[in-house]
Design a protein. Structure first.
Length: 168
């Protein structure tokens, strides 16, 4: 997109979702972006730390349709879809399986909860990005090391997050 915008001599506005500046080439190319839209305060701070002037960054949170999260509407899924008992206390973390999303912290906290409430279930909703399977495997291994693997459900990528949250 950056190279094409330069060739066409049109301004480029980039929607930045995270800290994706993992190479000198990407950082160099990103100088051609006219304006950035950061999806969170953390992303805004990351762009600022890279030297992008604040006047070239707008913070715009992703839109959210709250109606789809209305828990007065029955869930289209059942707990058995996820391998959960109907009466189990469940708690979850939702997000792409990448270290900065906090799944390791979640699992360590889940261990403490599950020690006190052995019939509860922890649910990790989300899958790894392309090339990120190793981290997903590390999370499953950590659940095993913590002795809670039988009470943690890894759903993988789900497009029906609002429905899953209704089950928690």
């Amino acid at each position: 997109s950056i190279i094409l915008a330069k060739l066409l001599r049109v301004p480029l506005i980039a929607y930045q979702r995270g800290d994706e500046w993992n190479s000198p080439a990407v950082r160099w190319l990103a100088r051609g972006v006219r304006h950035y839209i950061a999806n969170s305060a953390t992303t805004l701070a990351s762009l600022t730390a890279l030297g992008v002037p604040s006047r070239r960054i707008s913070l715009i949170y992703p839109p959210l349709d709250l109606e789809v999260f209305d828990d007065r509407r029955p869930a289209a899924l059942t707990r058995s879809t996820l391998g959960l008992e109907p009466s189990a206390l469940c708690f979850a973390i939702v997000g792409l399986l990448v270290p900065w999303k906090g799944q390791v912290v979640f699992l360590k906290a889940a261990k403490r909860v599950l020690d006190r409430l052995p019939d509860a279930r922890a649910v990790i909703v989300g899958g790894p990005p392309h090339g990120g399977q190793r981290y997903a495997d590390e999370l499953k291994a950590l659940a095993g090391d913590l002795g809670i693997a039988d009470r943690v459900v890894f759903t993988g990528f789900r497009a029906d997050v609002p429905e899953i949250l209704k089950l928690m």
